[in-house]
Design a protein around this ligand. Structure first.
Ligand code: ZN
Length: 410
């Protein structure tokens, strides 16, 4: 099996809203109206048969509710995680037991799947401590999104779809948290269009506020003449991990300008040609930035002397294609994924309570690797592996010719 380079982690969300038309029963406004009606009804009354089904994904402190199972379809003996969808009635019931009345304003519209007539919602239950024991008794657990990311089998498109849904939902809920007040007048904001946007509650202001995305350029700097790539280390990286350079855009700057500026500032290297590779939503960055968009490039160096800005980077070095291939081959990405999946399984079954982020990343390092590259959940991996397996003379990607011990056996 090989990695589909178009399928970045967190991209390809299967339940993105496809139709914003208000008359469509699955659109945000129509779904919100039927949601209100459902919540007003007593549980004994069945919803009208034409009404869509509602499923709710609770989040606690940025962590989605998850379960784990050995369902057919996955590798034998390797558990796989699933999102902890609750029915609207279940969600209302569980919150009710904690003395909380479920309000439609608390639910954020995620989208629908036309084929199954279901509308999906997310809810932040960070404040409701009472529901954790109830959910644990059903073998549900709130798991760090980064842990789920590492635990996701990237060759399983259904699992990748679930990860993308969780990423989208987390980004929206985190944005709701950081946009509680209007930046113009300071009044409270209220959700609109089933939480897809917000609006200032001050009648004189009424500013519209939309979910925030922060673009980041990420680039593999390449020395064409000597067939080398520049990899760098930040001090916050786990030991022995090397990756691409990256940095935020400044206002009024093009993506290409940001690639050149960041590379020069961090390493003193001048970049000429900049070639776009692909992009990846990244909803697992700092909470002040609900969703970054990693925009990946190959950046061809015009100068080769490295002058590392020690405030930004711990180190940066040129690496031969052979060394980079070795780093990709030796790291045990599949083993790391399975270890993380087993950990999520134990957490959901109540065996392991601790969630350690550094441990998640340490397991991917490979036992004897002197250097390793981030796993396939990161765009850096794809930029680096695309270059490493290109034919240096033609630039044509030779993924199919990779040694069986590397990506093809992941
Ligand atoms: Zn305002």
């Amino acid at each position: 099996m090989s990695i589909n380079l178009n399928a970045h982690a967190f991209a390809g969300n299967p339940i993105r809203p496809k139709t914003p038309k208000t008359q469509d029963p699955l659109s945000p406004s129509s779904a919100f109206e039927s949601l209100k009606t459902h919540l007003l009804q007593s549980p004994e009354i069945h919803p009208p048969p034409t009404s869509p089904l509602f499923k709710v994904l609770p989040f606690r402190k940025g962590r989605p509710l998850a379960s784990s199972s050995d369902l057919p379809g996955g590798d034998v003996g390797v558990p796989s995680w699933h999102l902890g969808w609750l029915s609207l009635a279940d969600c209302k019931g569980i919150l009710g037991k904690s003395g909380v009345e479920l309000s439609e304003e608390a639910l954020v519209y995620l989208g629908s799947k036309a084929e199954d007539d279901v509308v999906y919602w997310a809810i932040d239950v960070s404040e409701e401590n009472g529901l954790v024991p109830e959910l644990s008794s059903r073998q549900f657990c709130f798991v760090e999104l980064r842990t789920l990311m590492v635990a996701t089998d990237w060759s399983d498109s259904l699992a990748m779809g679930e990860l993308a849904i969780a990423g989208h939902a987390r980004a929206l809920l985190e944005w709701h948290k950081v946009s509680r007040f209007c930046g113009h007048c300071g009044e409270k904001t209220v959700p609109k269009e089933a939480g897809k946007r917000k609006q200032c509650s001050n009648e004189l202001c009424k500013s519209r506020i939309y979910p925030r995305v922060d673009p980041v350029v990420i680039m593999l700097v390449i020395d064409r003449d000597n067939d080398r790539a520049l990899l760098s280390r930040q001090s916050r990286f786990v030991p022995r991990m090397w990756s691409c350079l990256a940095g935020f855009l400044e206002p009024g700057e093009s993506l290409e300008e940001a690639v050149r500026r960041e590379t020069y500032e961090e390493t003193g290297i001048e970049v000429g040609e900049v070639v776009y590779h692909s992009s990846q939503p990244w909803p697992v960055g700092p909470s002040s930035m609900p969703c970054q968009l990693m925009v990946g490039f190959f950046a061809y160096a015009k100068s080769l002397e490295i002058n590392v800005d020690k405030e930004e980077l711990e180190d940066a070095k040129w690496h031969s294609r052979e060394d980079v291939r070795k780093a990709l081959t030796i790291a045990e990405y599949k083993k790391a994924q399975r270890t993380a999946a087993a950990k999520v399984d134990q957490m959901c079954k109540g065996v392991e309570q601790k969630q350690s982020l550094s441990a998640d990343f340490n397991v991917e390092s490979g036992e004897l690797a002197t250097m390793f590259i981030p796993g396939p959940f990161a765009i850096a991996h794809h930029l680096i592996s695309t270059w490493a397996y290109q034919d240096p003379s033609t630039g044509v990607n030779g993924l199919s010719k990779q040694p069986s011990s590397s990506i093809s056996s992941l």
